[in-house]
Design a protein around this ligand. Structure first.
Ligand SMILES: [Cu+2]
Length: 283
């Protein structure tokens, strides 16, 4: 009993310490101190990921609990003192069928929702707009092929004195990726020189950005706010310093932003880039 009392005291102490340290169950759009769970979901895909994760946790707890129960029965009921003359039974057909079939059923019960989730992630629905994210060493460049000819770089704010009050250190960037709320956004990713990975935990997306290839994913942010992610492929020296910041705004605010962006980051595309022609003139 003394052991139990001590364990309870330890648990209470840890609880109090966590509460004092600003314990948060889940951060909103960014990591938080002592975070114990996913960041809060902001898209239907992430909602499903969270549900599937919880379902798996309950399944795992049930299995672990059952195995623990069996172990305890063996320890207490079948030790040498409690059971001096052990049974010599070696086979039991029904038991063997059960311990083959039940795990199969459990695996199927996990596989079906797992495949449903994969299809939800990989089948991009009809998109309202497209953004292209190019991973570079070591920052991201964004362009909006549906909204005009502009492209801009999104670079980490290294000087912590220049951070806005709402910007976390090592995640705040100078120019955020701005998207409208409740719109299906198709994300195209590519890499400029090495493989990067575009990942935003609250959106449930993580997709490699590979040189010479275009990868595709999608999200539909259901609330406004700023959601942070990081490059998730080891890409070189400053891999840890190329965060992704997505600002989700109302459609009206987005349209205003696009008008400004077109002026600010205008790109002259009147002459199409023709590498073959350029190559010839060089020779
Ligand atoms: Cu990278």
């Amino acid at each position: 009993m003394r052991v139990f009392r001590r364990l309870t005291a330890v648990a209470v102490t840890i609880g109090v310490m966590l509460a004092g340290a600003g314990f948060a169950w889940a951060g909103d759009g960014r990591p938080s101190e002592w975070q114990m769970n996913f960041q809060q979901s902001a898209t239907p895909v992430m909602d499903e990921i969270v549900k599937f994760h919880n379902y798996l946790v309950y399944t795992v707890i049930a299995i672990a609990g059952f195995v623990l129960l069996l172990l305890l029965i063996v320890i207490f009921r079948f030790n040498a003192r409690a059971n001096p003359t052990p049974s010599r039974t070696t086979h039991n057909t029904w038991l063997e069928i059960a311990w083959t079939v039940i795990p199969v059923i459990i695996l199927v019960a996990i596989a079906i929702p797992s495949f449903k989730l994969l299809f939800l992630q990989l089948n991009t629905p009809a998109a309202d707009m497209t953004v292209k994210a190019t991973g570079k060493q070591w920052y991201w460049s964004y362009s909006y092929p549906d909204n005009g000819k502009f492209e801009f770089d999104s670079i980490l704010v290294r000087d912590t004195t220049k951070l806005r009050p709402d910007q976390p250190r090592l995640l705040g960037v100078d120019n955020e990726l701005v998207v409208p709320v409740n719109k299906t956004v198709r994300v195209l990713t590519t890499g400029a020189e090495v493989i990067h990975s575009f990942a935003v935990p609250s959106f449930g997306i993580k997709i490699d950005a590979i040189p010479g290839r275009i990868n595709e994913t999608w999200f539909k942010a259901t609330r406004e706010g700023i959601f942070y992610g990081q490059c998730s492929e080891l890409c070189g020296r400053d891999h840890a310093f190329m965060p992704i910041a997505v600002r989700v705004v109302s459609e009206q605010a987005f349209n205003t932003w696009v008008e400004d962006a077109k002026k600010k980051w205008a790109r002259d595309d009147s002459v199409p880039t023709n590498f073959a022609a350029a190559d010839k003139t060089l020779r």
